[in-house]
Design a protein around this ligand. Structure first.
Ligand code: SAM
Length: 284
């Protein structure tokens, strides 16, 4: 077991992880600015993005690129530099490093090297979206981005069907239309919120059912967005595998009722969306 105290005594070898603004630069904390000023170098996801941030703050620092394609190698040299006495901070392009952004490997390798990690808090799209959504904050589940291909994405969503916590997803504008339709098919017509362009000039919360949200003109859904979906409220919902659902429909059709009626009955029994079951029955 290892116990790290952040402030007393000041640790010798420290890596600072700093959360940066998700839009509005005024949300960069004084502590984040002080830390960026104090360190010798800043490791970052994209040197162009971090240069702009430093330009806004009116100072320069040597930057070390550390992104998803070089994180292991870059982490090794950042760790060597810290062990050599340099003070280094890490920032991603926006928000918290390590949350759908690089940083996790760097932290893990730093901890293995007995380097102390200090987190400097800041803005978070997850929390703004969740709390601003008005949906339950008592328990929530953060999923990040769904898989890009529709088949695996439907499977992922279906696995979340029985979760009672509020569900939080990241999404990009070019996939939002399909994703909302996929959510409607797999999760049913729940309350949901699209939280768009948070902390920026065009910030918007769109609240409605998944049916209503999936009918919005996708051209009006630009920029960065988070989707927040109500958790499963149905105490009776049963979690079945795709094969079990197919078997249920088949058993019903074997008794002589039509495929359409069998799908409707299974949908009522399981509270799964009819379209989802229909697609399942017609998938090879
Ligand atoms: N590290 C970041 C964090 O802590 O939130 C997330 C980086 S991830 C590559 C980018 C995704 O975060 C976007 O596609 C969007 O889903 C969400 N996001 C980031 N900034 C946002 C904003 N201002 N408004 C809404 N969503 C945002």
């Amino acid at each position: 077991m290892i116990r790290h105290k952040s402030f007393t005594p000041a640790p010798l070898h420290t890596l600072y992880f700093i959360a940066t603004p998700i839009g509005n630069l005024q949300e960069l904390s004084q502590r984040a600015i002080d830390t960026m000023t104090l360190v010798d170098k800043i490791a970052c996801e994209d040197t162009r993005v971090t240069s702009k941030l430093l330009h806004h703050l009116n100072f320069k620092k040597p930057l070390i690129p550390c992104h998803e394609h070089n994180e292991s190698i870059a982490s090794a040299s950042i760790i060597a530099a810290i062990l050599n006495g340099e003070k280094i901070a890490y920032v991603s392009d926006a928000g918290y490093p390590g949350i759908s952004d690089p940083g996790q490997r760097l932290i893990q390798q730093a901890l293995k090297a007995d380097i102390h990690v200090v987190m400097i808090s800041g803005p978070s799209a997850i929390l703004n979206a969740l709390i601003g959504s008005g949906l339950s904050t008592e328990r929530f589940y953060f999923h990040g981005f769904l898989l890009p291909k529709e088949g695996p994405r439907l499977d992922e969503l279906k696995d979340l069907y029985t979760r009672k916590e509020t569900l939080v997803f990241y999404e990009s504008p070019h996939r939002i239309e399909t994703t909302l339709k996929n959510m409607l098919e797999t999760l049913g017509n729940r309350q949901a919120v699209i939280a768009r362009e948070l902390t920026k000039l065009h910030e918007e919360y769109i609240r409605g059912t998944l049916q209503e949200l999936s009918e919005i003109d996708p051209a009006s859904l630009k920029g960065e967005m988070v989707i927040v979906v109500e958790g499963n409220k149905d105490e009776m919902s049963i979690k079945l595998s795709d094969d079990e659902i197919r078997k249920l429909v088949q058993n019903l059709t074997e008794t002589g009722i039509s495929m359409k009626d069998a799908i409707r009955q299974v949908s009522e029994m399981t509270t799964l969306n009819k379209n989802y079951i229909y697609k399942l029955m017609h998938r090879n």
